[in-house]
Ligand binder design. Structure first.
Ligand SMILES: Cc1ncc(COP(=O)(O)O)c(C=O)c1O
Length: 399
């Protein structure tokens, strides 16, 4: 039998999709599951988006596009994203691809060489793809901790100590998956100083930029001296409920040509029709995006209140995203359950409530205790019913 490479055998994954697969199998078998797993808005894509796509289909927008994206979309991105960040963006600094996700890989390829010991710093807990892609492409992932005690920011001293002469790229993500934390201006300034002093690239994953409940969105690229060394990465997936349309983009003047070369080598270009849909979203769907964020804001308040009513749960109120990351250490102690992962499995098996646990987002930080992740991109009814079932479960199993 032909073999499978070790790098494939050892390739990590995004567990949200794995758990979702398990949940879908159970649903297919007739189980009634309340799921808090999925990281995508539960709204329809805006009408202007669907109309623009229909128009593009009828105009036979069927061929390849330039690999960096259609000019109409890059112009819309430059105007829209420049305005939010208070910076000037040239449409030629923008590169579009099938979602924001491929740019994680492209950035690792661009900033490191295979097997040379080059290091990439990334947030832990964090989006799992940062480390899986670093490893498979022959660089060394160096996690820095995102701490509940710091309101889901990091310790700047720890981060400084971890920078070495092998560091090439620092990945940041704000608002953050899985904690819902938003990096303070002070944290962003701390990273900016490190990047400038050590001449590093920063990959700023800003995919949740609009799902923000307090204050104004701050990008590290807006800080002095940072636009040129920041790879701004964002897209339409989360803001406009367009995850399946697969349109994401990066912005960086110096690297746009290199990113385009990677797009040519991998996907050729993003879907043609979808690029018109994304341009319509940026140009015309601002009100739809605002309504969705308002709805997430309301649901955040609901789920935080209900989770904090569960014995042994402690839930900080996330400043952004549609995720909460409650500390369940006490609930585990009360029930004799050893870990958040064991609790997750029992919730799924015994009360049919699906969530993710801390081990799905990186190496467990023992001093931080046990955590679960809930996506509240689901109905009020599910939030009420799901949290009620968990409360009953903890009460029933408390020793
Ligand atoms: C932090 C983070 N970055 C990037 C992505 C990927 O976004 P896209 O759907 O545009 O590829 C996600 C999706 O869950 C995410 O949570």
């Amino acid at each position: 039998m032909a073999g499978i490479s070790n790098r494939t055998k050892n390739l990590g994954t995004e567990n949200a999709f794995v758990v979702l697969g398990e949940v879908n199998k159970r649903i297919a078998k007739g189980q009634n599951i309340i799921s808090f797993c999925i990281g995508q808005p539960d709204f329809d894509a805006p009408k202007v988006v669907r109309d623009a796509a229909k128009k593009a289909i009828d105009s036979n927008k069927s061929g390849y596009t330039s690999s960096n994206g259609i000019p109409e979309l890059r112009k819309a991105i430059a105007e829209y994203e420049g305005k939010i960040r208070g910076i000037e963006i040239d449409p030629d600094s923008v590169v579009v691809d099938n979602g924001a996700k491929p740019f994680i890989t492209h950035s690792i390829m661009i900033s490191t060489d295979y097997g040379k010991g080059d290091e990439i710093m990334y947030p832990n807990p964090g989006y799992p793809i940062y480390s899986t892609q670093t490893i498979v492409h022959g660089a060394t992932p160096v996690p820095y901790n995102i701490l509940e005690s710091k309101n889901f920011n990091f310790d700047l001293e720890e981060l400084k100590e971890k920078v070495s002469d092998k560091t090439k790229l620092i990945i940041i993500n704000s608002p953050q998956n899985p904690t819902g934390g938003v990096l303070t201006k002070e944290s962003l300034k701390g990273i900016a100083d490190i990047a400038i002093d050590n001449d590093l690239w920063v990959y700023s994953d800003e995919i949740y930029q609009h799902i923000l409940f307090e204050g104004k969105f701050e990008s590290i690229a807006s800080l002095e001296g940072m636009q040129e060394r920041t790879i701004i990465s964002t897209g339409v997936s989360k803001t406009f409920a367009m995850t399946g349309w697969r349109i994401g983009y990066i912005i960086n003047e110096k690297l746009a040509k290199d990113f385009t070369t990677w797009v040519i080598n991998t996907n050729a270009c993003a879907g043609h029709v979808n690029q018109y849909a994304a341009a319509a979203a940026l140009n015309e769907a601002g009100n739809d995006a605002k309504k969705m964020t308002d709805s997430f804001h309301r649901r955040r308040d609901l789920i935080v209140k209900l989770l904090n009513e569960i014995p042994g749960f402690r839930c900080l109120s996330p400043k952004g995203t549609f995720y909460v990351y409650p500390n369940v250490t006490k609930a585990c102690e009360m029930t004799g359950i050893k870990t958040a992962e064991e609790l997750r499995l029992r919730l799924l098996d015994e009360i049919k409530v699906a969530v993710l646990s801390d081990i799905h987002f990186g190496k467990k930080i023992l001093s931080e205790g046990e955590h679960l992740r809930f996506s509240f991109a689901t109905s009020d009814e599910n939030i009420k019913k799901g949290t009620e079932l968990i409360k009953e479960f903890i009460e029933k199993n408390s020793k």
